[in-house]
Design a protein around this ligand. Structure first.
Ligand SMILES: Nc1ncnc2c1ncn2[C@@H]1O[C@H](COP(=O)(O)OP(=O)(O)O)[C@@H](O)[C@H]1O
Ligand SMILES: O=C(O)C1=C[C@@H](OP(=O)(O)O)[C@@H](O)[C@H](O)C1
Ligand SMILES: [Mg+2]
Length: 165
């Protein structure tokens, strides 16, 4: 069953959500974006939840939500912070092939612009460069497959992802 699900992990703005839905259409799979499941549980935006309850509570909610994902033959786009939750990553790995969309920092910075309202799990005083440095080793550790995304269009990435599965 594991081979029928594909999980996308990576930094915010690495393309998990946009590429994920395209991949699902192309491979005739279902699609889940765990951010939307988190928002549905919270009943509000991720930013609003974090502003009121804080990052730790947000991460607990995300962790529990990701661990509850049940799906067959799906593409699952995760939020960039899911990688901090070992239980969530273990669950995803048990049901799917995990694909890391590896986008260089300069490209992330170009795409993301102002991230203050994006709900990114970043501690006070940290820059996106700090976050990238902290997280990239985690994404690499949890990935079954790494896709080098630099400068590649979405169609090319779709073909590459299919090629490694
Ligand atoms: N291969 C790509 N090349 C250039 N821009 C991309 C690519 N894939 C996604 N993007 C853009 O990056 C932004 C963030 O994508 P998104 O799917 O929301 O990322 P994530 O879900 O990983 O946070 C979007 O504006 C999207 O159009
Ligand atoms: O990387 C992060 O800290 C986050 C990324 C967001 O999802 P995307 O990775 O889809 O942007 C979302 O899960 C949340 O706001 C936290
Ligand atoms: Mg997303």
């Amino acid at each position: 069953m594991a081979e029928t699900n594909i999980v996308l992990i990576g930094m915010p703005a690495s393309g998990k959500s946009t590429l994920g839905v395209q991949l699902a259409k192309w491979l005739s799979k279902g699609f889940i974006d765990t951010d939307l499941l988190v928002q549905a549980r919270a009943g509000e935006s991720m930013q609003a939840f974090q502003d009121r309850d804080g990052l730790t509570e947000y991460q607990k909610l995300e962790c529990a939500t990701v661990q509850s994902v049940v799906c067959e033959n799906c593409v699952i786009a995760t939020g960039g912070s899911a990688v901090y939750c070992d239980g969530a990553m273990a669950h995803l790995k048990s049901i799917a092939s995990v694909v890391f969309l590896d986008v260089p920092l300069d490209e992330i910075l170009r795409r993301i612009g102002d991230f203050s309202e994006r709900g990114v799990v970043i501690r006070p005083g940290m820059t996106l460069a700090d976050l990238y440095e902290e997280r990239r080793p985690l994404y690499l550790r949890h990935a079954d497959h790494v896709i080098a995304c630099s400068g590649k269009a979405q169609d090319e990435l779709l073909r590459e992802i299919r090629g490694v599965l």
